[in-house]
Design a protein around this ligand. Structure first.
Ligand SMILES: Cc1cc2nc3c(=O)[nH]c(=O)nc-3n(C[C@H](O)[C@H](O)[C@H](O)COP(=O)(O)OP(=O)(O)OC[C@H]3O[C@@H](n4cnc5c(N)ncnc54)[C@H](O)[C@@H]3O)c2cc1C
Length: 335
């Protein structure tokens, strides 16, 4: 089948901030054959190419002059081997979590209600409530836009880290994830390391459905629904600092929270706490604002442009740098 490539497509429905920018070219990708045709088309016109899932971690600040590959391939397959699933990149992550619950496959219930596609999940090694994708990851299949070949990448190849992977760096950016293979557990073992989740389940029998429901309830009470008000979840990563830096900051801010990391010399501190100290909740710049209940979440309050959001984010990170000497990094992909 010949791939249909649309021109001048409004990206408003394709990003959870709901900002209005246009893609010069746009292709709905359903299989590897579509990717081959898209690659040829982009090559013949010397276009830049970008990959888009559900746009829940993407902020457009300009019209995109190249070709957008909108990942829409589908399918969830049980592989031989207990608990092994291969899932197409265009599937919804939350639908996958529900599929696993229904099929008595355990582990990812803590990752319920994270918006976006399965194919985007490895890009920033999605995580929440004490669990990260990499714990279940086996391998992925990717289409290499440079060579036109399909590659298989192991966990080691992907170089997962906190909200990071090879795909966020060159040469990974030229890889389009086609499917992800996960190893789920056949026996339920609750992961209750996150204090808020353990508290929500206290005194109850803990089941995977119970965790799923509790995670959905906590997230819905804390995070704004992008369908109601445009946002991309946490805008900044939690910074990782040295223990020496923590000790020096605690001389002025004894209540500064911190969590251990795998590296005994480094700790993670909550970006939301730092921003709270600077009174960012609820503040607005242009059409963009900081959510009233969550200083990490920037929202499209009043017809914001991507530029409004970025300027607000820059003001926020400057204030944190000035007061704490910590440079915040964005979690959201800015295009
Ligand atoms: C309300 C809300 C809550 C959120 N909570 C969390 C959370 O708890 N934890 C968390 O980790 N994230 C969270 N996020 C961020 C977001 O849900 C995840 O980053 C998600 O994986 C993005 O999926 P997507 O399909 O929307 O990706 P997009 O925004 O479309 O793309 C994100 C990046 O992935 C790349 N990409 C997408 N698909 C592919 C592919 N098939 N191949 C190669 N590259 C690809 C894009 O090029 C881009 O660089 C939240 C977002 C929102 C709006």
């Amino acid at each position: 089948m010949t791939l249909e490539i649309q021109e001048q497509v409004d990206l408003t429905p394709y990003n959870s901030f709901g900002v209005s920018q246009t893609a010069a070219y746009f292709a709905d990708i359903q299989d590897p054959g579509d990717l081959r045709q898209a690659r040829e088309f982009a090559g013949s016109k010397r276009l830049s190419v970008m990959v888009l899932g559900q746009g829940s971690n993407t902020l457009f600040i300009k019209d995109y002059p190249g070709l957008v590959l909108y990942m829409n391939n589908r399918g969830t397959e049980k592989l031989p081997g207990a608990g092994l699933l291969r899932v197409a990149a265009g599937e919804s992550w939350h639908d996958l979590v529900k599929f696993c619950l229904k099929n008595s496959l355990y582990g990812i219930e803590n990752l319920a209600l994270i918006p976006g596609t399965v194919g985007a999940a490895p890009i920033q090694n999605i995580g929440a409530y004490g669990v990260e994708l990499e714990q279940f990851f086996v391998e992925l299949e990717a289409f290499d836009l440079k060579t036109g070949e399909i590659r298989h990448m192991s966990k080691a190849d992907c170089q997962f880290a906190y909200r990071d992977s090879i795909f966020k760096q060159d040469p990974g950016q030229k890889l389009v994830v086609l499917s992800v293979t996960l190893q789920l557990a056949l026996e339920f073992a609750p992961q209750l390391g996150y204090a808020g989740l353990a508290a929500a389940l206290a005194g109850r029998e803990v089941t995977s459905k119970g965790i799923f429901d509790a995670v959905c309830a906590i997230r819905s009470s804390k995070l704004p629904d992008p369908k109601q008000i445009g946002n991309a979840g946490s805008f900044f990563k939690n910074p990782v600092i040295s223990r020496a830096k923590l000790a020096s900051l605690r001389e002025s801010y004894p209540e500064l929270p911190a969590w251990d990391t795998e590296d005994p010399e480094l700790v993670k501190v909550p970006a939301a706490w730092l921003l709270d100290q600077k009174g960012w909740k609820g503040r607005q710049r242009g059409g963009a604002a900081v959510h009233e209940n969550h200083a990490l979440v920037l929202v499209n309050r009043d017809n914001a442009s991507g530029e409004d959001v970025v300027l607000l984010a820059q003001d926020m990170s400057s204030s944190v740098l000035q007061s704490f000497g910590i440079a915040l990094q964005t979690e959201v992909w800015i295009v």
